[in-house]
Design a protein around this ligand. Structure first.
Ligand SMILES: Nc1nc2c(c(=O)[nH]1)N(C=O)[C@@H](CNc1ccc(C(=O)N[C@@H](CCC(=O)O)C(=O)O)cc1)CN2
Ligand SMILES: Nc1nc2c(ncn2[C@@H]2O[C@H](COP(=O)(O)OP(=O)(O)OP(=O)(O)O)[C@@H](O)[C@H]2O)c(=O)[nH]1
Ligand SMILES: [Mg+2]
Length: 436
């Protein structure tokens, strides 16, 4: 990663796949203004778009006519001087402009996530906000978008800062108490308000952590397994919900062996739908392995759709499954608690989607969660652990209590990347696109 040379001026195509209507090339660093001048002969006033001709800096050859924007640092997305060239989105246009920029002294192509890395280095975004930005760009569903936007906008960072402030004020009280530690009564009196602060904050932190599973679920998506006896119509339903022939369907029981995954959006949530082998005793070793996998994946799923042509109930392990009696176009009763489904007439399909949406809402909620990634959760769990210890009984050794409060502060700092951040950043930025 070339990102260590932080004084270089970097450039990249920041908009998407070419050809496109418009392509945005961003330039960030000390030579950004010089680059705009070299290509367009003028530097527009700050934050004003100017339509002008772009020329090759050496040959003078016209390259395109486009918009040029100048954001002087530090009031820019990266905190450095930034220039944007809004070009016609043709491959050759963009290639020619990138080639021209690459010839200019002090300029080089940006690495993946390098613009964002500079925003972070220049204090525009903390680690949690960078994670939010990564999630925002990856977001495929409404729930993911809302949650990522909150994180990118500093909602978690703001809460962590408020908690940190409380810890620091409690620490000041405890430290004042330590000075009186040879007078047990006084020490206790000073410790009491500190303990009140710590307990109240511990409750808030606990509530945020209790919600973290939900946040991670929205981010990762829900896993819904379709399970049931052979030939029940499981693969048929998967294909119907996916809107394509993803799975092989046949009248021969035991058709599906491998677990098949399709990704879709249901009720605003990302859902991975699993098609699995029909469950039965079998002498066929391959099918038996399919059944073993089907059971394992259905047991680990967030929700199970239990499909049966006869209306038989699921085994106890899937007692909370959404129950579906299939092929009702062939007649027969729909037992109490089952949704009747015919893929031939689409009857019951809406009921299934509704039942899944209700499950998704129960598991994911409506409001964005504060904590959305395992890394954030683990750091906050460390803070909660030290906080719980800090409110325990230290038999008068208040200096031990203060040490746990300091460790809790440190864990909060890790959450937003004030400490111990480099290894996390390298892994995170490698997930970004070039140009971000
Ligand atoms: N054309 C364009 N659109 C874009 C981006 C971009 O870089 N270029 N962004 C790329 O991600 C996002 C917007 N991000 C931005 C973040 C900060 C600033 C900025 O100028 N910040 C200054 C001033 C803020 C103000 O005046 O309110 C600052 O933070 O000091 C600009 C864009 C989405 N849309
Ligand atoms: N009449 C009718 N036939 C259906 C319906 N749904 C599925 N079938 C048929 O039932 C047969 C089995 O369908 P599949 O979707 O392959 O069943 P499966 O549960 O995936 O079976 P295995 O993979 O073997 O476990 C196929 O011939 C389907 O066309 C339905 O709603 N009505
Ligand atoms: Mg099947």
């Amino acid at each position: 990663m070339p990102g260590d040379a932080t004084s270089d001026t970097i450039f990249a195509l920041s908009s998407g796949r070419l050809p496109a209507g418009v392509a945005v090339v961003r330039v960030s660093g000390p030579e950004a203004a010089a680059a705009a001048l070299a290509l367009s002969s003028t530097l527009p006033p700050p934050r004003v778009a100017r339509y002008c001709a772009l020329h090759h800096p050496a040959s003078g050859e016209p390259l395109d006519r486009g918009l040029v924007l100048f954001f002087p640092g530090p009031a820019s997305a990266t905190g450095e001087d930034v220039v944007e060239l809004h070009l016609h989105g043709g491959r050759a246009v963009v290639a020619a402009v990138l080639r021209a920029l690459g010839m200019l002294p002090g300029l080089r192509p940006a690495g993946a996530g390098e613009f964002t890395r500079r925003s972070h280095q220049n204090g525009k975004l903390d680690l949690a906000e960078v994670e939010g930005l990564a999630d925002l760009i990856a977001a495929e569903t409404e729930a993911q978008r809302r949650q990522a936007l909150a994180l990118a906008s500093g909602v978690l960072s703001g809460r962590v800062a408020a908690w940190r402030g409380k810890l620091v004020s409690a620490l000041a009280l405890l430290e004042a108490g330590i000075d009186f530690s040879d007078e047990a009564d006084v020490a206790e009196d000073v410790a009491r308000p500190a303990l009140d602060i710590l307990r109240a904050m511990g409750n808030e932190l606990g509530a945020a952590l209790a919600d973290a599973e939900r946040g991670e679920r929205v981010r990762d998506g829900l896993v819904v397994a379709i399970a049931g006896p052979p030939n029940a119509g499981k693969s048929t339903l998967l294909n119907r919900l996916a809107g394509r022939e993803a799975a092989i369907v046949s009248p021969i029981p035991g058709t599906t062996r491998d677990v098949l995954e399709v990704h879709l959006e249901l009720a605003g949530q990302a859902v991975t739908l699993l098609d699995t082998a029909g469950l039965r005793e079998t002498a066929d070793a391959v099918e038996a392995e399919g059944v073993r996998r089907a059971l394992a994946r259905a047991e680990a799923a967030d929700a199970v759709l239990w499909l049966s042509e006869t209306g038989e109930n699921p085994p106890a392990a899937f007692a909370s499954a959404i129950r579906v009696r299939t092929k009702i176009d062939r007649g027969g009763p729909v037992p109490e608690g089952f949704i009747g489904l015919s893929v031939a007439t689409d009857r019951g399909l809406e009921d299934i989607v509704e039942a899944l949406a209700a499950r998704a809402e129960a598991l994911c909620g409506r409001e964005p969660a504060l904590v959305t990634r395992e890394r954030q959760r683990l750091a906050l769990e460390r803070a909660a652990h030290h906080l719980a210890r800090a409110t325990g009984d230290f038999g008068g050794h208040e200096e031990l209590r203060a040490e746990d409060v300091r460790l809790a502060v440190r864990a909060l700092d890790e959450t937003i990347g004030r400490v111990d951040v480099e290894h996390v950043l390298d892994a995170l930025f490698s997930t970004f696109c070039i140009g971000k």
